[in-house]
Write a protein that binds this ligand. Structure first.
Ligand SMILES: [Zn+2]
Length: 127
């Protein structure tokens, strides 16, 4: 086993050899891509596209997560109960969630043409 005294940190993990391995891997990948334009497109546009897609997925996940939280205590809502039917115009499908601490009930519409989500505050007798 090879030990390098110059790049060994106090944690005992040898970061210098890890950086060398990453440099060798990066050089090997660059050597396989022959054209400069392809290298730029793969590096710039490809990584930029991956970043934008991952960022958009994070934003969508964050909005979906916030939709199912209590606006008062920010705990996740629990006990989902589906009400209504897909065939009914007057009683569209919705899911009701309740805050575990008794702050309120969220009625989340599942159909796009239905009314928006409705938050109902519960009185102190529910806590
Ligand atoms: Zn709450």
């Amino acid at each position: 086993m090879e030990v390098c005294c110059l790049c060994r940190l106090q944690s005992g993990f040898n970061y210098g050899h890890l950086a060398d391995a990453l440099d060798r891997g990066r050089a090997a990948i660059r050597a396989r891509i022959a054209h400069e334009t392809t290298r730029i497109l793969a590096g710039g546009l490809g990584l930029g596209t991956i970043f934008i897609v991952l960022f958009a997925m994070g934003v969508v996940w964050c909005i979906a997560d916030q939709r199912q939280r209590c606006p008062e205590c920010l705990h996740r809502l629990a006990l989902p109960v589906r009400i209504g039917t897909w065939a009914s115009i007057f009683e569209p499908v919705a899911t009701e969630y309740v805050c575990g601490d008794g702050h309120g009930v969220l009625c989340a519409a599942e159909h796009e043409s239905a009314v928006e989500d409705r938050w109902t505050v519960l009185d102190a007798s529910w806590r």
